[in-house]
Design a protein around this ligand. Structure first.
Ligand code: FMN
Length: 210
C-alpha cells in the first residue's frame, strides 16, 4: 500500500474482531515503531505487548469502573448526544463504547518511557514525550499498512503499574488497542483545512492553499 494511502486513512479504530494477530505481524509493527528518531538516539522506551486475556480484562474492567465512578463515561455519551458534526459524534460514541469493552481488542500495546534509573517524574516532560510519540505514530501507521486498527487512548498509570508490574522508573504513555477492525472502516479522517492551520514565513501570515 502506498505511504500516502496508509497515512491518509489511518484513523482510530475501536471495535475489533477476536482474531489473533500473528507474532510475525506484531514484530514487524513493533520493529517499525522503533525506527523512529529519539533525542540523542536514546530510544527511551519499552513496548509492553499484552495478549493475555485475563490481564486485558482486568485492566479494562478497572478502567471502566473508574470512568463510571467519575462520571467520565456519562460525559462522553453526553458529548456524543450534543455533537452536531456526524464525524465527531462517531468519535465520541465509539470512544464511549470502547471503554465499556476494552478487552475485545486482542492486543494492548503500552509504549513506556523508560530510562533506567531516571525517576518517572523526570521523564514526564515534553522532551520525554517527544522522544516516543514519533515511534507511537510509526506503530499506528505500520499497523494500518498491515490492515490492523489501533487507537491512541489514555490509561490510568496506577492500573497499568499494578497489573503489569511496571517498575517505578517506567512511565506508561498511553494504551493502544490493536486488532483487525470489526465493522469500522479506515479513513478518511476529518481535519481542519491545512491552510487554516499554516502560517508562511511569519506568525499570522496565512495564505490560501493552491
Ligand atoms: C493524546 C491523545 C489521547 C487520546 N485519548 C483517547 C482516549 O482516551 N480514548 C479514545 O477513544 N480516543 C483517544 N484518542 C483518539 C482521538 O480521539 C482521535 O485520534 C481523534 O478524535 C481523531 O479521530 P481519528 O483518529 O478517528 O481521526 C486520543 C488521541 C490522542 C492523540
Amino acid at each position: 500500500m502506498d505511504f500516502f494511502e496508509v497515512a491518509l486513512t489511518q484513523r482510530s479504530i475501536r471495535r475489533f474482531k477476536p482474531d489473533p494477530v500473528p507474532d510475525e505481524v506484531l514484530w514487524k509493527v513493533l520493529d517499525t515503531a522503533i525506527r523512529a528518531p529519539s533525542s540523542g538516539n536514546s530510544q527511551p522506551w519499552i513496548w509492553l505487548v499484552v495478549r493475555d486475556a485475563g490481564k486485558r480484562q482486568a485492566i479494562g474492567q478497572e478502567v471502566l469502573r473508574r470512568m463510571e465512578a467519575s462520571g467520565g463515561l456519562e460525559r462522553m455519551r453526553q458529548l456524543a448526544a450534543r455533537e452536531q458534526d456526524p464525524s465527531n459524534r462517531r468519535i465520541w460514541t465509539s470512544a464511549a463504547n470502547f471503554r465499556t469493552d476494552m478487552a475485545q481488542a486482542p492486543v494492548f500495546i503500552i509504549p513506556c518511557l523508560y530510562t533506567p534509573g531516571v525517576p518517572a517524574a523526570n521523564q514526564r516532560t515534553l522532551n520525554g514525550g517527544s522522544s516516543i510519540f514519533g515511534a507511537v505514530q510509526n506503530l499506528m501507521l505500520a499497523a494500518r499498512a498491515e490492515g490492523l486498527g489501533t487507537s491512541l487512548t489514555g490509561a490510568n498509570d496506577d492500573i497499568l503499574r499494578a497489573e503489569l508490574h511496571l517498575p517505578e522508573d517506567a512511565v506508561p504513555t498511553c494504551l493502544i488497542p490493536l486488532g483487525y477492525p470489526d465493522g469500522e472502516r479506515f479513513g478518511p479522517t476529518t481535519r481542519k483545512p491545512i491552510d487554516t492551520v499554516t502560517y508562511w514565513d511569519d506568525w499570522g501570515a496565512a495564505k490560501k492553499q493552491g
